[in-house]
Design a protein around this ligand. Structure first.
Ligand SMILES: Cc1cc2nc3c(=O)[nH]c(=O)nc-3n(C[C@H](O)[C@H](O)[C@H](O)COP(=O)(O)O)c2cc1C
Length: 440
């Protein structure tokens, strides 16, 4: 009853809140009746929108016409529109064809309705406290975990620089289902990034030289964080040109709504981007201690693969107090246009990411897991649940998806679903049982 019961208290929503609550309650007994009730609730919600909101005028009484009305589609966005249609179609099939539904399908309907309710909440400013959908089929129990005191519904995060500030993906993913969003790198002052071509596709990956473009920490704190802090675990990736910058940033970000701070000491794409800190043990340790001294938040140190022995840096930052490690950042690469004889990228070189780097990343996670005790967030080329499972077996406690988000914005949700199936097929009860279980 938890997810929708809160709606009943608000008179505006009464018209369909009962259907929502009934749908949730029905789920426990009968999946297909749950689907029917979800459909009824969606229909009631759409009717309510049209009666409550003059922007949604539609000169038809037919629900399907109302739902398909251009204004409605535009306002709710394509992804939510598809979800609502899925609920209605499933409900129709249940009513007219007496089709049986699996628990997973019924849950999908309920989850979609939940997204819709959250959207309504935002639109009509009802200020309900943000709450995440809790799986009723037990999938979230399989995936739920905790790292450095941060509770995560799944161990699947998104890698910095590939997922904006998370809110851009609101229509594609259930942000609460992610373990966290490692937001785009933040620096003390705004940065406009590198000039010229910044991205080029490579076999199974891409080269980028964005150059840490970002609006700066003040804008992040005043404008962006208030918008996103209740929607997800926000992990702020920071970079600076001196040890003091990291300390100052860590202090400024020691605020409500920031779950952890990730030190980007490994950006290969800017002259002052911290790569020196990531390739020198002493420098890496001093940046880590500066951040640790300045904040009460967990400090995650992001390691560079552009080193001879990654374990030395890992041990150095662990000794300096790091709470967690994330690896790997991009591998330094280059592409030359053979027609112009010039480098493709404006910055001449860039960072290689995507499927091509996965074996390097898995190797490094495995090497590091053998020498440190703190948890590891593994990343580099993850595109599927099988890819993710490799990282867990190598010793990662969580994973982050980067470049794959560009090709398929909702890929993290698919990875979560498939990872649950994989765990079930292995007879495991929780993802933690897979961590470090590589057989040598
Ligand atoms: C376009 C782009 C921008 C990135 N920006 C950042 C960044 O701001 N800070 C950071 O620590 N890593 C950044 N990265 C590195 C990713 O977070 C990740 O470590 C790397 O891409 C490997 O994962 P992947 O192969 O899944 O993309 C960026 C990567 C890409 C492709």
């Amino acid at each position: 009853m938890n997810n929708f019961a809160f709606l009943a208290a608000k008179s505006d929503y009464r018209q369909f809140s009962k259907d929502c609550i009934d749908a949730e309650a029905a789920f426990k007994n009968s999946y297909d009746s749950c689907v029917k009730l979800v459909r009824t609730a969606v229909d009631a919600a759409v009717k309510w929108i049209y009666s409550a909101d003059k922007n949604f005028y539609c000169d038809s009484d037919k629900l399907s016409d109302m739902i398909n009305a251009e204004k409605f589609r535009r306002a709710i966005g394509e992804s939510l529109f598809e979800k609502i249609n899925y609920c209605r179609k499933s409900g129709n099939a249940a009513i007219h064809n007496e089709q049986e539904f699996s628990a997973q399908e019924a849950e999908k309907c309920l989850r979609n309705l939940f997204d819709f309710v959250q959207w309504l909440d935002g639109r009509y400013n009802q200020n309900f406290s943000a709450r995440s959908f809790r799986s009723l089929t037990g999938d979230d129990d399989l995936l739920s975990t905790e790292i450095c005191g941060i509770e995560m519904n799944t161990p699947i995060l998104t890698a910095s620089g590939t997922f904006g500030f998370g809110e851009e993906f609101d229509n594609f993913v259930d942000l609460k289902r992610l373990g966290g969003v490692m937001v785009k790198c933040t620096t003390l002052k705004p940065r406009r990034g590198n000039d010229g071509v910044r991205i080029t596709e490579t076999p199974s990956g891409m080269l980028n030289c964005i150059g840490l473009e970002n609006p700066g920490v003040d804008t992040f704190l005043t404008k962006i964080l208030p918008r996103i802090k209740d929607k997800m675990n926000v992990i702020v990736n920071i970079s600076g040109s001196g040890v003091e910058d990291f300390g100052e940033l860590a202090k400024l970000l020691d605020v409500d709504g920031v779950a952890a701070i990730e030190l980007n000491i490994s950006c290969p794409n800017v002259k002052d981007g911290g790569i020196i800190f990531g390739t020198d043990e002493r420098a890496a340790a001093s940046v880590t201690s500066a951040a640790k001294r300045a904040t009460s938040k967990p400090v995650i140190v992001k390691l560079s693969p552009n080193v001879t022995d990654v374990t030395k840096i890992a041990k150095a930052v662990e000794s300096a107090g790091a709470d967690c490690l994330s690896l790997i950042n991009t591998l330094m690469g280059m592409e030359i246009n053979v027609h112009t004889w010039r480098p493709t990228l404006g910055n001449l070189t860039g960072g290689l990411s995507g499927g091509a780097i996965k074996p390097v990343a898995v190797r490094m996670v495995w090497q590091v897991a053998n020498v440190v005790k703190i948890p590891i967030i593994g990343m580099g080329g993850i595109r599927s649940a099988e890819d993710a499972a490799e990282f867990f077996l190598a010793g990662a406690s969580a994973i982050a998806v980067g470049t794959a988000n560009f090709a398929e914005p909702s890929i993290t949700m698919k990875i979560a679903d498939d990872l649950s199936k994989y765990l079930r097929s292995c007879g495991l009860k929780n993802i933690r049982e897979l961590v470090g279980k590589i057989k040598i």
